[in-house]
Structures are given as structure tokens and as C-alpha cells.
Write a new protein. Structure first.
Length: 322
């Protein structure tokens, strides 16, 4: 295997890059072992509890696991890797289907089927490309019982170049051409918490650690489905670009998007959604959440540590005016 000079990255054929963890964490997660089986059992107990709690609040709990790029694009990998044909996310979904009443979204099979016709992940990043996002959006819509918005699926875009996460860890960095997906936006953001506004000031541009705890609310009076969604997820869903939050907001009347692996049940209770949709990247299954989390309190603490009191006061006034 070619060496990259960056720990945690495997290089496949034709320059394909894969995250495997600085200490081979992804290898450990994919390996069929007693430790992995115990981990998945803990997830089953957590999801079963979430299903019951959501139901008590009048909502349906929906669970989606984003498969690792290394499993979907295994044909470009030039090293042995365990259980690529049966990744831990697929094993967990089987357990959840057998032992819980969670609504499950299968992303692995649609992405693998689409892979037969071309790439669905970016070559130098862990995230999907334009085609991958469309496939995931369609799979989510099917699970949620709604037709995908035609103006999202049929939209195209333009070619740009960018240094993505994995490519940026190489020396020298490697950029990639990609299709910047663009579709007409009917949904409008009507609310965002302090952490989102802090990032938008540019004050913390290029610095990590300012994403978890972000929260935004999207309204779309033109959407055909009147249901309200609270969406918990990570970088696959919550972004300013055309990721799953923006896509789902073109289909549903109201979408609350929270960047968190933990569920804020007090927030869910206050919003009274029809659906609690939870997305998690497969690599993050290594940690089982506790769901003891308050998104806005967390965001406020994170912003307070970053800003001087006078700046924080101005930001609060701005939020009250919006």
C-alpha cells in the first residue's frame, strides 16, 4: 500500500483515499469480535429506548446509518480489510429490525447499487458526491413515505475544485474536481442558534470544534408534506450546502436540524415533531450516546468560551432581532 505521510488514511488505486483511523479504529469496528458484538448490543438497547420515548411523545423514530466509503468503494482498495461485504452498520440494522420497532433506512444497498454505475463518494473525502447525496435523499424519502422533490433530484450544477478533508491531510495537499449540486430553494431558514451565527461571522473559519451543537430550523410553506421533522445527525446532513437538511426541507413543511449524535429529548418534547430522524456515520458507532444533552445550552457554553462578554452580548441581541 502506498504511504501518504498522514496517519489514519489508506490509499487505494487511482488515488482513492479512505479514512481508517489513526489507530486503525475502523478496522477494529469492522472486525467481527466479542467487543463489536457487545457494542452493537448496546446500540440495540439505546434504539429500543428511543423508539419507546419517541412514541410516548407522539413521534416516529427513524434510524439511518451512513456506510463507510471503504465498504461501498471496496473495489478501489488495494489492501485486505475485514467484513467489507457485511459492515457493522448492516449487522446493526439486522438486529434493530429483529428486536426493535424502529423505522430503518437502508443506505448501504442503494449506494452499493448506484456504485455499479459510477462513484457515489468523493475520491479525496469521506462524504458522498452529488450522486451519492441524491441516492441517500431518495432512500430517506422512500422510508419516510414521500416522493422526492423533482426539482432537487433533477437539478444539476457546475464543476468546482476543492481540497477536501482527506486530500488536505496529504503532503502536498490534493484537490478534487466535483459537481457543486444546486437546486432551487423553496425552504427558508427561520431560526439558528448562537453556534451557527458564530460560524457565519467568519471568526472561527477553518477551525474545528464549532459544529457539534449547531441547530437550525427550516420552513417551507410550498412543501407537499405538512409533517414536522427533528433531524439529528452529523456532517452528512447539517451544512450550508445541498446536504440532507436542505434536501429534506424541500419535501417537508418544517425541518429542525441539529448536529449531534446525542438526542435532546427536551427539545423534541417542546417541538412535538411527527418524526425524529437520526443519522449517524458508521465510523461513529464506536461510541454509544447517552442522550443527556441540551443543544442550545451546549452551543451557548461553546460560544461563551470563544467570545468576550461584549461580543457575546451583541450576538445575543442579533439573535433576538431575527
Amino acid at each position: 500500500m502506498a504511504q501518504t505521510g498522514a496517519r489514519g488514511i489508506a490509499v487505494g488505486r487511482d488515488g482513492w483515499l479512505f479514512w481508517i483511523g489513526r489507530k486503525d479504529e475502523l478496522v477494529d469496528l469492522y472486525t467481527e469480535s466479542a467487543a463489536t458484538r457487545r457494542l452493537l448490543r448496546r446500540w440495540v438497547r439505546l434504539v429500543a429506548h428511543r423508539v419507546r420515548r419517541a412514541k410516548a411523545l407522539g413521534a416516529t423514530y427513524v434510524h439511518a446509518i451512513v456506510p463507510e466509503k471503504i465498504a461501498v468503494h471496496a473495489d478501489t482498495l488495494d489492501r485486505p480489510f475485514p467484513k467489507l461485504d457485511d459492515p457493522p452498520g448492516a449487522r446493526l440494522n439486522r438486529l434493530l429490525a429483529a428486536e426493535t420497532q424502529a423505522e430503518l433506512v437502508d443506505l448501504f444497498e442503494p449506494l452499493r447499487a448506484a456504485r455499479a454505475e459510477g462513484p457515489v463518494y468523493l475520491q479525496t473525502d469521506t462524504h458522498w458526491n452529488h450522486r451519492g447525496y441524491i441516492v441517500a435523499y431518495q432512500a430517506l424519502c422512500a422510508a419516510l413515505g414521500i416522493a422526492p422533490a423533482a426539482h432537487v433530484v433533477e437539478a444539476n450544477g457546475h464543476i468546482e475544485r476543492f481540497v477536501f478533508d482527506l486530500g488536505g491531510k496529504l503532503k502536498p495537499p490534493v484537490d478534487e474536481a466535483f459537481l457543486a449540486h444546486a437546486f432551487p430553494r423553496h425552504a427558508q431558514r427561520t431560526e439558528a442558534n448562537a453556534l451557527v451565527h458564530l460560524r457565519e461571522t467568519g471568526r472561527v473559519a477553518g477551525r474545528g470544534g464549532f459544529f457539534v451543537g449547531s441547530r437550525a430550523v427550516m420552513h417551507n410553506p410550498e412543501a407537499g408534506d405538512p409533517r414536522r421533522i427533528v433531524l439529528f445527525g452529523d456532517s452528512y446532513v447539517f451544512d450550508q450546502g445541498p446536504r440532507l437538511t436542505a434536501m429534506l426541507a424541500e419535501s417537508f413543511r418544517e425541518v429542525h436540524a441539529i448536529w449531534s449524535a446525542e438526542i435532546d429529548w427536551a427539545y423534541v418534547e417542546a417541538v412535538k415533531p411527527d418524526l425524529v430522524v437520526y443519522e449517524i456515520a458508521e465510523r461513529f458507532l464506536r461510541r454509544v450516546p447517552t442522550d443527556r444533552f441540551s443543544v442550545d445550552a451546549f452551543a451557548e457554553r461553546r460560544v461563551r468560551r470563544e467570545l468576550k462578554p461584549s461580543v457575546l452580548d451583541r450576538l445575543r441581541r442579533l439573535l433576538r432581532l431575527r
